[in-house]
Design a protein around this ligand. Structure first.
Ligand code: NAD
Length: 399
């Protein structure tokens, strides 16, 4: 854990404490799917007395997996573990911003005794990704990354008529009702800001707060954000640098465009005045629901606050996005928690917690956030193909 965490932190700037936690979580996928190796089961099908029909889940072959840089070990093992458990070989292409940690992981797998050829890593940039996704020797594609690249990868899969799983972006809402535990809700919004600097597919980026508690929530949230410290990843600050200078520019251009349109930065709102790719943690108030900053992934420590008054209104506004990966509801009213969780168009909904994540719980997107579900038992279906076998068994001679 320490070795992988340090490589990841040095590659992409994430605070070392977060890196250790994430590598630890990644190991859970190995444990979980290791237990599945002898449970990839088919079914018997009741087709009548003279036939025996059943299904077998067979390995699909070679799985090509493309992973991003933000949580490289976890996102790699999230796909690799079920693929190996189901009997496949895997070729992983890491992001050019975090290849070293995945290469190290492959080295560890070899050292641990995984037979050669089962877990392969090919590092490189876009051309490497294209070469992998168009190679006729692959049988399945798992992609985690942006919507635009996911669309290219999905087209490559269609051209080869092979299945693909797409885990794409998000613009996740959090809904804070007037009866919520405000301390817990503020803490959730703070985690969304600090966890990998908001560079997370499921990061809460739109916080809708009931008008009765909007002022109190906002004050507490601003105070909490202003106490965050920025620093180099290895110093384990609350917030590290963002991944590249281009990412820093991109984050700032979203913020400046929102400010130019009349929104306000309650705190932050600019790159930090220090060397490195640091952005001040930023809370934006007053952006319209259809402003660019409310609709697109900023992928940085920037969160928008909105006030609402009605439950039906907030469900509609939370759903008014092309994404649907993740959402959070904060309330102490049981029936409302369930109604809102049901009403939100999203692959995962958390109630009174943020970032609850386990290998057991399926994860994936509604709408443009993706196709298919990773994690849980369902993931094995991506890495197997179903064969039906019918055997004519005749009938027992009555005499
Ligand atoms: P990206 O789409 O730029 O790159 C992802 C990977 O695809 C990289 O390895 C890249 O080299 C490769 N790639 C680029 N062009 C390719 C092509 N034409 N063919 C094949 N491969 C190609 O994404 P990123 O910037 O690395 O990651 C950030 C994005 O990932 C965000 O949109 C984020 O929301 C998303 N993400 C999603 C999840 C999830 O589980 N849903 C998890 C983490 C990140």
């Amino acid at each position: 854990v320490d070795e992988l965490a340090e490589i990841a932190t040095r590659e992409m700037g994430r605070p070392i404490g977060q890196s250790k936690g994430l590598v630890g979580n990644a190991v859970d996928y190995i444990d979980y799917y290791a237990g599945m190796t002898d449970k990839v089961e088919g079914e018997t099908l009741p087709v009548g007395p003279s036939e025996q029909a059943f299904t077998r889940k067979e390995p699909i072959g070679v799985s090509a997996q493309i992973v991003p840089w933000n949580a490289p070990v976890l996102l790699c093992l999230r796909g690799v573990a079920p693929a190996l458990a189901a009997g496949n070989a895997v070729v992983v292409k890491p992001s050019p911003f975090a290849p070293g940690v995945i290469l190290k992981l492959a080295e560890i797998a070899t050292e641990a005794g995984l037979p050669d050829g089962l877990f392969n890593v090919v590092s490189g940039e876009v051309e490497t990704g294209e070469a992998l996704t168009t190679d006729p020797r692959i049988d399945q594609l798992t992609f985690t990354g942006s919507v635009s690249t996911g669309q290219i990868v999905a087209k490559a899969a269609i051209d080869q008529v092979i299945p693909s799983v797409l885990e794409l972006g998000g613009k996740s809402p959090a809904v804070v009702f007037e009866d919520a535990d405000l301390e817990a809700a503020v803490d959730g919004a703070l985690k969304a800001m600090t966890f990998i600097n908001g560079q997370v597919c499921f990061a809460t980026t739109r916080v809708f707060v009931h008008e009765d508690v909007y002022e109190e929530f906002t004050q507490r949230y601003v105070d909490a954000v202003e106490s965050l410290d920025l620093g180099a990843g290895m110093e384990n600050p609350d917030l590290g640098p963002v991944v590249t200078a281009e990412a820093l520019e991109n984050i700032d251009s979203y913020v400046q465009s929102a400010l130019a349109d009349g929104a306000t930065a309650l705190t932050g709102g600019r790159p930090a005045e220090r060397a490195g790719n640091f952005y001040e943690p930023t809370i934006i108030e007053g952006a319209a629901d259809d402003a660019q900053i409310s609709c697109e992934e900023v992928f940085g420590p920037v969160i928008n606050l909105y006030s609402f008054s009605e439950e039906s209104e907030v469900i509609r506004r939370a759903n008014d996005t092309e994404f649907g990966l993740y959402a959070t509801v904060w309330t102490n009213t049981l029936d409302r928690a369930h109604r809102v969780a049901n009403g939100i168009e999203s692959g995962s909904v958390m109630v009174n917690q943020y970032a609850g994540s386990h290998p057991q719980t399926p994860f994936g997107g509604y709408k443009k956030s993706g196709l298919g579900r990773e994690k849980g038992m369902q993931a094995v279906d991506h890495y197997t193909q179903l064969k039906t076998i019918n055997v004519d068994i005749g009938s027992t001679d009555a005499e």
